[in-house]
Design a protein around this ligand. Structure first.
Ligand code: N01
Length: 542
């Protein structure tokens, strides 16, 4: 049997209607390929559909956290703040869906449960929650890097009589918080954004913190017309800077999380007076300016002490300040966080902190949480407990390749990809911003334009050259994985004391493998383009 013997629903099926999926549909359709997008959520937007918790906003400047492929779109769209809120980004992505007439090819409220490669016809068969079956030649997995929520389970969890809600599954109709006793578990980016907002309305808020975070004041501001006009006047130049920069960031406005250090001085050579002067000038960012903190753990620890000093100066209760202070893991190991009044929130009388380094959650009862030290009565339990990052969204689907191989099994010891895009054993399947690509280490929309654009070119090449299948070559894949590991070695990301979701360390049983490619966008895209220029070397084309 060949492809011509089966009825195809589309040339390409894209899984996910977040940023990658929407852009994939746009570019694939522009290339004349019949494309269908399958989406689990009732609406488009991916991350920006699901994460609608109070305080949710992006920590990349909005004028950069947007697409540059259409100069008219970027000129017309008005961002109101330096860091856009979730509703604004969701509105922007809905605008894109309408503007480019994408909705007619997007099937919402029907998640993909299985994707199976049919070797007899070189096609992919998709099965959905609603029992639909659709077939295409190519599969584009735009399933997202932070889209598989991680839900801890404590004894008695199901017995809780109040409301349990996960930040990344916040209901559209909202959650009643006013006058309630609320507990938040988790102090990563999501927890740190939601905590100050919930504190404003809850009767009492209890924060359950396992690992204190490094977080910096975002200094978010409304964007003035003048600022917006000035950037829009040189938008093309700015986009080129983004496409060519390490993390697809041009550093236009506000605090920029990906860029530090900013100074040539070494903290190991500094005097106490110089360090004090740094605190007075830079506040929480005093720890970020030194040149030697990225490569030297002693320097790093000295810098962290400046951060702890800022917490002591901000949080009135010394015990709470100490509990909020990061210790035992270096600055630069976990994803930096930007906040709005996070540490100040702990000065409120109606907010308390439970330090899970000193006590443990023993059980959830109908009335609240019992720790090894106390009972905390709760009406609402908010889980800001993160994601099975970069691999979870793919391994939760039954993706079957050649010879019935299951991706979940093949990745049991860590994901293996070629360029973060192709997977040996899974022909004609392409992953967007997957493990082994810069992914979560770079600004998504410009990165997506580059990487998903590359995938679309590849698919077009295959079609135009009458090729039936493209599959990552095992040796090329191993070489790429070795390169991804080698670049991460010696960085704070992989320090022995670092336990981050970049390493899969937040998920019990997940192998400790550094997931994204830390070599930066220019090196990454240079390699991708070199591969394309050499007839897609490293892929077996049939
Ligand atoms: O998830 P996280 P997140 N008991 O994994 C704790 C992006 N993002 O959703 O550190 C107790 O960072 C866990 O503790 P520990 C951004 O890339 C961006 O906050 O594992 N605690 C941690 O404190 C970000 O990095 C934005 O010890 C438990 C927290 O839960 C990424 O998404 C906004 C626990 C999880 O933190 C993920 O952020 C939001 C347990 N059993 C997200 N299990 C912006 O753009 C987990 N924890 C601003």
């Amino acid at each position: 049997m060949t492809t011509s013997d089966v009825t195809l629903d589309a040339d390409v099926i894209v899984v996910g209607a977040g940023m990658s999926g929407l852009y994939a549909l746009k570019v694939l359709r522009d290339r004349g390929l019949r494309t269908i997008v399958l989406e689990k959520a009732p609406g488009v937007g991916g991350t920006w559909y699901w994460n609608r918790y109070p305080g949710a906003r992006c920590d990349i400047p909005s004028l950069e956290y947007s697409f540059g492929f259409d100069p008219e779109l970027e000129q017309e769209w008005v961002w109101t703040e330096h860091f856009a809120s979730q509703p604004e980004i969701e509105a922007y992505l809905n605008h894109m869906a309408d503007r480019y007439d994408l909705r007619r090819d997007i099937r919402c409220s029907d998640g993909v449960t299985a994707a199976t490669y049919d070797e007899t016809t070189d096609t992919w068969l998709f099965e959905t929650e609603a029992g639909k079956r659709l077939r295409s030649r190519f599969a584009v997995m735009a399933t997202g890097g932070l889209s598989a929520p991680y839900t801890p389970s404590w004894p008695g969890m199901d017995s809780f009589a109040g409301t349990v809600v996960q930040t990344s599954l916040w209901p559209e109709e909202g959650v009643e918080i006013e006058g309630k006793r609320v507990g938040v578990v988790g102090t990563g980016s999501s927890g740190i954004q939601v905590i100050p907002e919930l504190a404003k309305v809850a009767e009492h808020l209890t924060v359950f913190q396992r690992t204190p975070a490094f977080t910096w004041p975002s200094q978010n501001q409304p964007l003035t017309d003048e600022e917006q006009t000035a950037i829009k006047a040189r938008y093309r130049e700015l986009r080129e800077e983004q496409y060519a920069s390490f993390s697809a960031t041009a550093g236009t406005t506000g605090a920029v999380i990906f860029t530090f250090p900013t100074d040539d001085r070494r903290i190991l050579d500094s005097t106490p007076e110089e360090r004090e002067a740094a605190i007075e000038e830079h506040g929480f960012s005093a720890c970020r300016i030194w040149s030697d903190t990225a490569g030297d753990l002693d320097a790093n620890e000295m810098a962290v002490e400046l951060f702890r000093e800022m917490i002591r100066r901000t949080v009135r209760d010394p015990e709470t300040a100490e509990a909020l202070s990061p210790r035992g893991y270096p600055l630069g190991c976990k994803r930096p966080v930007l906040d709005t009044g996070y540490f100040e929130t702990f000065n409120r009388d109606d907010v308390s902190l439970v330090d899970l380094r000193r006590e443990t959650i023993e059980e959830v009862t109908p009335e609240g949480i019992r720790t090894s030290e106390r009972f905390v009565p709760l009406d609402v339990l908010v889980l800001a407990t993160g994601f099975d990052a970069m691999t979870g969204a793919l391994t939760r689907i039954d993706v079957r390749g050649r010879d019935g191989r299951l991706l979940r099994d093949d990745w049991a010891d860590g994901p293996r990809t070629y360029l973060g895009i192709g997977v040996e054993g899974y022909p004609n399947l392409f992953v967007c911003v997957g493990p082994g690509s810069p992914g979560v280490l770079a600004t998504y929309p410009p990165q997506i334009e580059l990487q998903v654009g590359w995938i679309a070119d590849f698919v077009q090449y295959l079609v135009e050259h009458g090729l039936h299948s493209a599959e990552a070559d095992a040796a090329a894949q191993e070489a790429w994985c070795a390169h991804v590991n080698q670049v991460a070695e010696g960085t704070m990301f992989t320090a022995a004391s670092c336990n981050s979701w970049y390493l899969g360390a937040n998920i019990e049983g997940k192998p400790r493998v550094f997931l994204p490619y830390v070599g930066g966008i220019p090196a990454y895209m240079a390699r991708c383009n070199e591969v394309a220029d050499h007839g897609y070397e490293g892929f077996v084309l049939t």
